[in-house]
Design a protein around this ligand. Structure first.
Ligand SMILES: [Zn+2]
Ligand SMILES: [Zn+2]
Length: 397
């Protein structure tokens, strides 16, 4: 059985705070090293990035795009930041759009240019509602699909505590469009948390990296089998058939798992937040309500989901495990050297994380790393929750 590792959400160098190394050639190299078969281009509505991709990628009949002599199947995709609603009650929602071909992306680019400045950011702000976006996608395109991005992030998401909605009907002003095919869980939530909210589980859950640098692509990823085209991928996402599992962060590692106030180093479990009336005990300002709290809140409205879901496993990027073992930062030269050496000697990152035998890892990298990876596979790690924009921490035994 051939597995397909699919990452549908990344950003180009034209988005804010992204690495200059995020060009197509580097993406191809890193995708191969990690074991990603199908990768989003990201930022497809940015005119300059779109031009680069048009020159470098070859459009294939199966709806994928490849570099000349390349291996990676690229999907034309981009995230947009919708800003809409009344003053004082503004909604801000990030949506991921997947397109089958350049003709369709061009149509949408033209429409979007009337709603925002596409050149100023790879992830453009559009003064457009979810309903408007849905209508354009339905009427103007045949093979474009949408995924609600990182649905629980406090700012900029469908259900976020700061500027999101309480239900899908409210968000889409009625029944959501059929082109909505999935919900992206984001780094701070995992499938068990999402199962607490029935409204979310009407859709397939997907996990993507939302990466801003080539090293971080695939840090969360979807694993399928028998994906031979854009169409079969969309079908698999919709139905769950041939969707084997997702690889997830421990939700504690995400930036918004707990509630808190970063400036005051205050991090609180939702029960504590409730007791403190959502006020920072140090400075008296309002706390940022995180993902766990928001999930509990919506679970009270919608109830729990009891049906079947796609399996998942937790993981941590290999580079972070190496950094923990070497007690260095994950961008330090010695960690990077060790990371690339292991990929050369043992194989692709997902193979090392999921399958490589203890003795093989030990042979090339020592017993500590082999032990840490084994502990990770058995979920034997300590998790320190992230809050208010600060990443959490995973500590290996
Ligand atoms: Zn986003
Ligand atoms: Zn404070």
């Amino acid at each position: 059985m051939k597995k397909n590792y699919v990452d549908l959400h990344i950003h180009s160098p034209f988005s804010l705070a992204t690495s200059k190394k995020m060009d197509v050639d580097n993406l191809e190299i890193m995708a191969i090293k990690k074991g990603i078969d199908i990768l989003a281009t990201g930022d497809i509505f940015h005119p300059e990035w779109q031009n680069i991709l048009k020159t470098k990628l070859v459009e294939k009949k199966d709806g994928f795009h490849k570099l000349k002599d390349g291996k990676t199947n690229f999907i034309l995709s981009g995230e947009v930041s919708l800003v809409f609603g009344e003053v004082g009650k503004k909604k801000k929602v990030h949506v991921l759009i997947l397109c089958k071909d350049f003709a369709e992306t061009e149509k949408l680019t033209k429409i979007f240019s009337a709603y925002g400045k596409l050149k100023s950011n790879g992830r453009p702000f559009l003064k457009m509602s979810l309903k408007q976006l849905s209508d354009y996608i339905e009427k103007e395109t045949k093979d474009c699909f949408i995924i609600a991005a990182h649905i629980w992030t406090p700012h900029y998401s469908l259900f976020g505590s700061k500027s999101g909605f309480n239900s899908l009907e409210e968000a889409f002003e009625g029944k959501p469009t059929d082109r909505l095919i999935a919900m992206e869980t984001g780094l701070s939530s995992d499938p068990p948390m999402n199962r607490l909210v029935k409204d979310v589980m009407r859709y397939t859950l997907v996990s993507n990296s939302d990466s801003h640098s080539p090293l971080k692509i695939g840090r969360e990823v979807n694993v399928f089998q028998n994906i031979s085209s854009f169409d079969t991928l969309i079908k698999s996402i919709k139905t769950g058939k041939n969707f084997l599992y997702t690889i997830e962060f421990f939700p504690e590692e995400g930036k918004y798992f707990y509630d808190g106030h970063r400036k005051c180093s205050v991090s609180l479990h939702p029960e504590q937040t409730f007791k403190r009336k959502t006020i920072c005990p140090v400075c008296g300002k309002k706390l940022t309500v995180g993902v766990l709290n928001r999930v509990y809140e919506l679970s009270k409205i919608h109830g729990e989901f009891k049906g079947e879901t796609i399996p998942f496993k937790y993981s941590v990027p290999l580079i972070e495990i190496i950094a923990a073992v070497l007690k260095r930062k994950d961008n330090s030269p010695v960690v990077l050297r060790e990371y690339y050496a292991l990929l050369d000697k043992i194989g692709k990152e997902f193979y090392i994380l999921e399958e490589a035998e203890f003795d093989l890892i030990k042979k090339y990298s020592g017993e500590m790393l082999a032990k840490s990876i084994t502990a990770l596979r058995e979920n034997r790690v300590k998790r320190i929750p992230g809050f208010d924009g600060q990443y959490g921490k995973i500590i290996f035994e």
